[in-house]
Design a protein around this ligand. Structure first.
Ligand SMILES: [Zn+2]
Length: 187
């Protein structure tokens, strides 16, 4: 049986500063910190999104639902970002460890990319994986020039199809509320 094509809103939360953070530090503390803050991000996005996969310094999410509009998505990303910053601060205040991972924890940052498109699920080595052109597209979005342009700040990047999807959700809502208003004025 051919796998079913579904459409979804995709988000990748990617920790920046990860490579230098892991280079030459006490690896177990660095890994504990990354796992801890990633867990915070996952819990924050989970009501709206499902976790597709952890990818080292990133987490890949998707929502099979055509209701993820601009304000829902931006609110989710914003709250995940602030939860991440707060968690970094709490871990850093709670530790007295002087290893370079624990000292440099505040240098970690988070960036988001988002895209809307199609995927199929397939099983690889007993695990379910998302595949398809748009899954590749969202991963390519991480390789962008935003960092150079913004001077290394945290950011959220939304693809064109993602923004078009918000517009179509919005216009559907407007037309259905106009319809219900004209129905109620007709009665
Ligand atoms: Zn440490």
């Amino acid at each position: 049986m051919l796998p079913k094509t579904e459409s979804a809103c995709f988000v990748i939360a990617d920790i920046s500063g990860y490579t230098s953070f892991l280079a030459g530090v006490e690896l177990d503390h660095a890994h504990d910190i990354i796992a801890d803050v990633m867990d915070t991000v996952v819990r924050c996005l989970r009501p709206l999104f499902r976790l597709a996969k952890f990818e080292g310094d990133a987490a890949f999410f998707y929502a099979v639902n055509d209701k993820v509009d601009g304000s829902l998505l931006q609110d989710a990303i914003e709250s995940a970002y602030f939860a991440f910053r707060k968690r970094l601060r709490n871990i850093s205040q709670a530790t007295s460890c002087q290893c370079s991972a624990c000292r440099d924890i505040q240098k970690l940052d988070l960036k988001f990319v988002s895209h809307h498109g199609e995927f199929i699920k397939h099983r690889m080595a007993g695990r379910e994986e998302l595949a398809g052109r748009d899954v590749i597209v969202i991963h390519r979005l991480l390789k962008n020039a935003v960092n150079e342009r913004l001077g290394g700040h945290a950011y959220a990047l939304y693809s064109d199809p993602c923004i078009q999807q918000w517009a179509s959700i919005h216009s559907r809502r407007v037309s259905s509320s106009t319809e219900s208003r004209s129905t109620s004025s007709a009665t």
